[in-house]
Design a binder for this molecule. Structure first.
Ligand code: FAD
Ligand code: NAP
Length: 891
C-alpha cells in the first residue's frame, strides 16, 4: 500500500507491558464504537476501544477530502439514543460537511467522557479465541495485548481503502492523495495540474471543488455513476418541524422503514402512471435533492423491476444531457450498465456542470484504459497526461476489508475467518459468525448496513448486542455462538432477498466486484431495515433462536433453527396482515366475507395491460354464467385456457383473480377465459363442479369464435378453482369431451381430509387457515358428499387424465393434498410435474406485483402451459418483453 494511504496513522507510543483485561474490547471509534462504549459502560461492562486513528470519528476522521459531506440528511444521520443529546446539538446544514460531522462526534465523545477508554494510534493486528479461558486474545501493533470476554468489531464498512491496482504508482514523482486517507494538513492545489481517478461518491463530491482550485483537472472515469443534486442549504424546515413535533414518533418511523429514513413506501407502480405523471414525480424528487426520496418515492417498482427502473434512469440521463454542453462528454457521463440504485447513487453539488469548465477534461477509461502511472503522470492506451497531483478516489475494500485486515482472526478449533470467508462472507444476521464465539460485528456483511441510513443501523446493532450481552451475563452464560444451521438459513434468506432487488444486476462494491479477486455476491442485507429489525427481535423472542449459549458447570441453551423460512415478501405481507388484526374471514358470514374480499382486492396493484379484455356470458350447468376473457396483444389465434378462480367455492368471481389472469395471459401468449361459476352456500355441491365442466365444454366448442385456436383447450385453477379444474378433467374424460391437453393446478383442493401434516403445520398464520378451509367445505359441500370425486378428485379414477402441472406451496395447509394428487396422477400413468415452492404461502402466486418472488413460479407455470399447447417454452411469445440479464424476476 502506498505511504500516502497510511497518512496520519503513524503511532504515538502507548505503554506496552502486561495484557490489558476487559469484559469487552471494541475495535473502532467511529459512530459505532463510540455508541458501543457508552452503552457497554451503562450496562456495567468494563470496555476498551482500540482505534488506529489519532482521534474519534472513523469515516469522518479519515475522509477529509474537499467536498466531503454526508448524503443522508443530517437530521436523520445522527444518534437518536439520547433526546438530550439531540437537543444539545443543532446541525447547520441539510447535508453537513465532514468537519461538522467530526465536530459532532467529538462533542459526543466529550459529553459522555468516552476518550478515557479509547486507545488511539493502535491497530489490532490479530485475534485468537482461547477456548479454555473463553476469552479473545488480541494483539496490537504496539502497546499491551488485550484479553476480553467479547470482541466487537466496529471497524466500519467503508474504512479500508482499496489499493489502486495500477502499475507504477510508486514511480510518480508528484503528490498522491487518497480521498479515504486525506491528510490533516492543508492540501494546496492552486495552479497545479491535478488528476482524479474515480467517479464514485467521493470523486463526485471532490471534483467540483478541486476544479475550482486547480490550473487543470483531468478526471479519469472507468464507470459513470448516477448523481443527483444535493440542493444543500440549511436543514429543511419541514423535516425539522416533523422531527421536532414528534421526535420519538419520527425516529421510530425511521427504525421501521426500509432504509432508515422515515419515508412511507411508494404504493403506485410505474405502469399505473402516465408519462406526464411520472415526469412530475421525478421533477419533484430532483428538486428535493434527496437520495432516499429519489430511490423510494417515485414508483413502487423502481427498485425491483428492470422496466420500472429504466424509466428513472432515462429521466436522469436526460438531466445529464441537459447539464453537460459537450454531447460526447455527456454520453460518457451517462450510466448505462447498471440499474439506478443498484450501485450507490451519488449526491452532488455542481458535478455535471463542472465538465463545462475550460480547465476540466474527462477521460473515458472504457475507451482508453490506464496502462500505467509514470514519474510524470498517467498513461492510457492512447495518451500520456503529465500532472502534478494524483487524487485516488478509488474506493474501499468494502464490508469485509477492515475485518479480514485483522489477520488471522482465529476462532474455535483453530479456524481462521479469512478461510471461512474465502468464498464470500458468511454470517448469522450480519452480526456473528458460526465458529467464532463471542465475536460480533457492527453492521457486518449480511446486515442492512450500507443500504441504509447507517446511524439507524448502527444504533440497532449496538442496542441488540449490548442487550444480549447483559442478558447472557444475567443468566449466567459466558459464551454465545451462532449455529451452522442458523447461519445457512440466513444465507438462504439473504439469497432470497437479493432476488427481489436489482443489486444483483450490477458489479459494485456491494458485490465485491471493485476488488480484483474478491469473492462475488451481494454482501449487505437487501430486505430492508424495518424487516431486519423485526427478525433480530424475533430471534430474541424465540429464545435466542440459532444461538448456542454456554455457562458455568456445563449450562447450555440452544434453540437451533432458521429464523426466516418464508420468502421475504411473503413475510412482509403476512406481517402486514397480522398487524391489521382482521377478524377471521369465516366469522363474517358469506356476504360479509365477499364484501371484505372485494374491498381487499380493490386495494391491490392493478394488473398489467393485456391486448384486450372481453366480458361475456356462457351457458353453465343451470343457467348463464359470466366470464372474462383476457386476450394477448400478439396476433392470434391463441391457444385457450379455461380458468377457475379461487375463493373456497364461496368467494370471488370471474374478475377476482384479475392480476393473475393478466400476468399468465402475457407470459403464455394465450387466451385466458375466467369463469364465474356458482358458489355455496346458495348453490351447494355439485353446482360449482358442474358449472366448471359446462363452461369448459362451451369454451372448447366456441374457441374459434372467441378468437382462440380451435382444438383442445387447457384448464387451470387456483385453490378451489384448482379443484374445479381437476374435476373438469375427470368429467371431460368420462363424458366424452371436451378435449383437454393439460391441466395447471395451483395450490388445488383435492381432498376433504383436513388432517394432513400441512394442515397441522400451517393451520394458522399463513393467510389460508385450517378453520377457514373447514368453513369453505361447510359452505360448499355436505359431509356425506365430500368423498364424491367431484368434490375430492383425489378419490376419483385418475388414469387417462390430461398431463398436469401441480403447484404446491411450503406454507399452505393444502400443500400435502396437492402433492398427494400429483403423486396419484403419476401412479396412474398421467404425465405430471410437481413444483413445491419453497417459502411461499397459499396466495403467493395470485398476489401478482405484491409477492414479487412469485414470478419465477409463474414463469414455470407458463412454460408448462406452453408445453401442453405444443409450443416450446423458449419461443414464448407473450408481450412480457424478455430482458437480458434479468432472471425473469422483472416481468
Ligand atoms: P467507521 O466510521 O468506518 O469507523 C471504523 C473505525 O475503525 C475507523 O476509525 C478505523 O480506523 C477503525 N479500525 C478499523 N480497523 C481497525 C483495526 N484493526 N485496529 C484499530 N482500529 C481499526 N453513511 C450514511 O449512512 N450516510 C452518509 O451520508 C454517509 N456518508 C459517508 C461518506 C463517506 C465519505 C464515507 C466513506 C462513508 C459514508 N457513510 C455514510 C458510511 C459511513 O461509513 C457510516 O455512516 C459510519 O460513519 C460508519 O461508522 P462505523 O463506526 O461503523 O465505522
Ligand atoms: P466507489 O464508489 O467505489 O468509487 C470508486 C471509483 O473509483 C469508481 O468510479 C471506480 O470505478 C474507480 N476505480 C476504482 N479502481 C480503479 C482503477 N484501478 N482504475 C480506474 N478507476 C478505478 O468509492 P467512493 O467514491 O469512495 O464511495 C464509496 C462509498 O462510500 C459510497 O458508495 C458511499 O456509500 C460512501 N460515500 C458517501 C459519500 C457521501 O456522499 N456521503 C461520499 C463518499 C463516499 P468502477 O466503478 O469502474 O469500479
Amino acid at each position: 500500500m502506498p505511504d500516502a494511504m497510511v497518512a496520519d496513522s503513524a503511532s504515538t507510543a502507548t505503554s506496552g507491558g502486561a495484557t490489558q483485561e476487559v469484559d469487552v474490547a471494541v475495535v473502532g471509534a467511529g459512530f459505532a464504537g463510540l455508541y458501543l462504549l457508552h452503552r457497554l459502560r451503562k450496562a456495567g461492562f468494563t470496555a476498551l476501544v482500540i482505534e488506529e486513528a489519532g482521534d474519534v470519528g472513523g469515516t469522518w476522521y479519515w475522509n477529509r477530502y474537499p467536498g466531503a459531506r454526508c448524503d443522508i440528511q443530517t437530521v436523520d444521520y445522527s444518534y437518536t439514543f439520547d433526546p438530550e443529546l439531540e437537543s444539545a446539538w443543532k446541525w447547520s446544514e441539510k447535508y453537513a460537511t465532514q468537519p461538522e460531522i467530526l465536530r459532532y462526534l467529538g462533542f459526543v465523545a466529550d459529553r459522555y467522557d468516552l476518550r478515557r477508554d479509547i486507545r488511539f494510534h493502535t491497530r489490532i493486528k490479530a485475534a485468537t479465541w482461547d477456548q479454555a479461558a473463553e476469552r479473545w486474545q488480541l494483539t496490537t501493533d504496539h502497546g499491551a495485548a488485550i484479553s476480553c470476554r467479547h470482541y466487537i468489531m466496529a471497524t466500519g464498512c467503508l474504512s479500508a481503502p482499496k489499493p489502486p491496482e495500477i502499475e507504477g504508482v510508486k514511480d510518480f514523482k508528484g503528490e498522491i492523495y487518497f480521498t479515504g486517507r486525506w491528510p490533516h494538513h492543508e492540501v494546496k492545489l492552486a495552479g497545479k495540474r491535478v488528476a482524479v481517478i474515480g467517479t464514485g461518491s467521493s470523486g463526485i463530491q471532490a471534483i467540483p471543488l478541486i476544479a475550482e482550485q486547480a490550473a487543470h483537472l483531468t478526471v479519469f472515469q472507468r464507470t459513470p455513476n448516477f448523481a443527483l443534486p444535493a440542493h444543500n442549504g440549511p436543514p429543511l424546515l419541514d423535516r425539522v418541524a416533523a422531527l421536532e413535533s414528534d421526535r420519538a414518533g419520527y425516529r421510530e418511523q425511521a427504525r421501521w422503514s426500509m432504509v432508515g429514513v422515515p419515508w412511507p413506501p411508494a404504493s403506485v407502480v410505474s405502469w399505473q402512471l402516465s408519462d406526464a405523471e411520472r415526469r412530475e414525480r421525478f421533477e419533484k424528487a430532483w428538486a428535493a435533492g434527496d437520495l432516499v426520496h429519489m430511490l423510494t418515492q417515485l414508483w413502487a417498482d423502481q427498485g425491483v423491476d428492470v422496466d420500472g427502473n429504466a424509466l428513472v434512469a432515462e429521466l436522469i440521463r436526460e438531466k445529464i444531457r441537459a447539464a453537460v454542453k459537450d454531447p460526447e462528454t455527456a454520453a460518457a457521463l451517462s450510466p448505462n450498465d447498471h440499474p439506478f440504485g443498484s450501485k450507490r447513487p451519488c449526491l452532488d453539488t455542481n458535478y455535471y456542470a463542472t465538465y463545462n469548465r475550460p480547465n476540466v477534461s474527462h477521460v473515458n477509461l472504457r475507451q482508453e484504459p490506464i496502462t500505467s502511472i509514470t514519474a510524470s503522470g498517467i498513461k492510457t492506451g492512447k495518451r500520456s497526461f503529465d500532472v502534478d497531483v494524483i487524487v485516488f478516489a478509488t474506493g474501499f475494500d468494502a464490508m469485509t476489508g477492515a475485518i479480514t485486515a485483522v489477520h488471522p482472526i482465529t476462532g474455535r478449533d483453530g479456524q481462521s475467518l479469512s478461510q471461512v470467508w474465502a468464498n464470500g462472507p458468511q454470517s448469522y444476521l450480519g452480526l456473528t459468525v458460526a465458529g467464532f464465539p463471542n465475536l460480533f460485528m457492527i453492521t457486518g456483511p449480511g446486515s442492512p448496513s450500507v443500504l441504509s441510513n447507517m446511524a439507524v443501523s448502527i444504533e440497532q446493532h449496538v442496542d441488540w448486542v449490548v442487550e444480549r450481552l447483559a442478558a447472557m451475563r444475567d443468566a449466567g452464560f459466558s459464551t454465545i455462538e451462532a449455529t451452522a444451521a442458523a447461519q445457512a438459513g440466513w444465507a438462504q434468506h439473504m439469497a432470497d432477498c437479493s432476488t427481489l432487488t436489482l443489486h444483483r444486476l450490477a458489479n459494485t462494491w456491494y458485490t465485491g466486484a471493485n476488488v480484483p479477486g474478491k469473492a462475488q455476491g451481494v454482501m449487505p442485507y437487501t430486505g430492508g431495515v424495518g424487516p431486519y429489525r423485526s427478525i433480530c427481535n424475533e430471534v430474541v423472542g424465540r429464545g435466542m433462536l440459532g444461538f448456542r449459549l454456554t455457562g458455568a458447570n456445563g449450562a447450555q441453551q440452544c434453540n437451533d433453527g432458521e429464523v426466516v423460512r418464508l420468502q421475504p415478501d411473503v413475510r412482509l405481507v403476512l406481517n402486514m396482515l397480522a398487524d391489521m388484526k382482521l377478524p377471521p374471514i369465516e366469522s363474517m358470514g358469506a356476504d360479509g366475507a365477499r364484501a371484505f374480499v372485494a374491498q381487499f382486492n380493490a386495494g391491490r396493484p392493478a394488473g398489467r395491460l393485456v391486448g384486450e379484455i372481453v366480458d361475456g356470458s356462457l351457458p353453465g350447468a343451470d343457467g348463464p354464467l359470466p366470464y372474462r376473457l383476457y386476450r394477448p396483444a400478439t396476433p392470434g389465434p391463441h391457444p385457450v385456457v379455461v380458468y377457475f378462480h379461487g375463493g373456497g367455492w364461496v368467494l370471488g368471481d370471474e374478475q377476482s383473480d384479475d392480476p393473475f389472469c393478466r400476468d399468465m395471459c402475457r407470459r403464455t401468449g394465450m387466451i385466458f377465459v375466467s369463469v364465474g361459476y356458482r358458489h355455496g352456500p346458495e348453490h351447494p355441491f355439485p353446482a360449482a363442479a358442474e358449472d366448471g365442466y359446462a363452461a369448459a365444454k362451451w369454451i372448447a366448442e366456441h374457441a374459434a369464435d372467441l378468437g382462440g385456436r380451435p382444438g383442445p383447450v387447457m384448464v387451470a385453477g387456483w385453490s378451489a378453482g384448482g379443484n374445479i379444474a381437476a374435476v373438469t378433467c375427470q368429467l371431460a374424460r368420462d363424458r366424452g369431451g371436451p378435449a383437454i391437453s393439460g391441466q395447471l393446478l395451483v395450490c388445488p383442493v383435492t381432498d376433504c381430509d383436513l388432517d394432513r401434516p400441512s394442515y397441522r403445520e400451517n393451520a394458522e398464520g399463513y393467510f389460508l387457515t385450517k378453520s377457514l378451509m373447514a368453513w369453505f367445505w361447510d359452505m360448499y359441500c355436505p359431509p356425506g358428499d365430500r368423498t364424491d370425486p367431484r368434490a375430492s378428485p383425489l378419490r376419483g379414477k385418475l388414469s387417462g387424465l390430461p398431463q398436469a402441472f401441480v403447484v404446491t406451496c411450503e406454507f399452505d395447509p393444502l400443500r400435502d393434498e396437492g402433492i398427494a394428487y400429483a403423486q396419484a396422477l403419476a401412479a396412474a400413468g398421467v404425465p405430471v410435474e410437481q413444483f413445491n415452492a419453497r417459502g411461499q404461502m397459499h396466495s403467493s402466486y395470485t398476489m401478482v406485483d405484491v409477492v414479487i418472488t412469485g414470478v419465477s413460479g409463474r414463469v414455470q407455470m407458463a412454460e408448462a402451459l406452453r408445453r401442453f399447447a405444443g409450443l416450446t417454452p423458449e419461443s414464448r411469445s407473450g408481450d412480457e418483453g424478455a430482458r437480458p440479464g434479468s432472471d425473469g424476476l422483472a416481468a
